[in-house]
Write a new protein. Structure first.
Lengths: 115, 111
């Protein structure tokens, strides 16, 4: 297992288009998280799953955003009708349970540019 | 929303010096964690300190936690150029939900 993988690394899209990102967590990890990070800021929480159940969604996650984690394995984050304000780095992380000594393992992120 | 506030926002030091970053937060926590992020990359977990702990060490890292003041500090001793990165504190709420990150401190170590 080589860690958390995110695909694609970079995505340039035109305003109004839909985009989908994929995250493959560490296989033993039951929790999966999505964060968004803009330049000079810390990661902002979007949503997280425990196994296949989506347990929490941030107010930042408008109805244009949807996330899934079928069968508790990989996850996808879809943004519909993209806007320029959606331009950011989208980070995925996974963990085994809570209060874990090892914290979260992050992927390298997907950088989205909406033009 | 972001709970943690790191101070300073930016720090420049020479190799061999110590670097101290501070984090303040607003609500109760299960634990507080520190992460490092190199430019344009994902975050790497450095250390976790639980709410009932006051100090923790890992290699050149020393973390303190003062729950009465809702603050934490990260000390990196004998810094190296490779320590150049952004450092974020993150708090886990008592309900065990997702980590909430601060805005980070950008550390620059010059040789």
């Amino acid at each position: 297992d080589t860690g958390v993988s995110q695909d694609p690394r970079h995505k340039i899209t035109k305003r109004g288009q839909n985009v989908t990102f994929r995250c493959d967590p560490i296989s033993e990890h039951n929790r999966l998280y999505w964060y968004r990070q803009t330049l000079g800021q810390g990661p902002e929480f979007l949503t997280y799953f425990q196994n296949e159940a989506q347990l929490e969604k941030s107010r930042l996650l408008s109805d244009r955003f949807s996330a899934e984690r079928p069968k508790g394995s990989f996850s996808t984050l879809e943004i519909q009708r993209t806007e320029q304000g959606d331009s950011a780095m989208y980070l995925c992380a996974s963990s085994f349970g809570v209060a874990n000594f090892y914290g979260y393992t992050f992927g390298s992120g997907t950088r989205l540019t909406v033009v | 929303s972001q709970q943690g506030e790191e101070d300073p926002q930016a720090l420049s030091i020479q190799e061999g010096e110590n670097a101290t970053m501070n984090c303040s937060y607003k609500t109760s926590i299960n634990n507080l964690q520190w992460y490092r992020q190199n430019s344009g990359r994902g975050l790497v977990h450095l250390i976790l300190i639980r709410s009932n702990e006051r100090e923790k060490h890992s290699g050149r890292l020393r973390v303190t936690l003062d729950t009465s003041k809702k603050s934490s500090s990260l000390l990196i001793t004998a810094s190296r150029a490779a320590d150049t990165a952004s450092y974020f504190c993150a708090t886990e709420p008592p309900a065990g939900t997702a980590l909430i990150f601060g805005k980070g401190t950008t550390l620059s170590v010059s040789s």
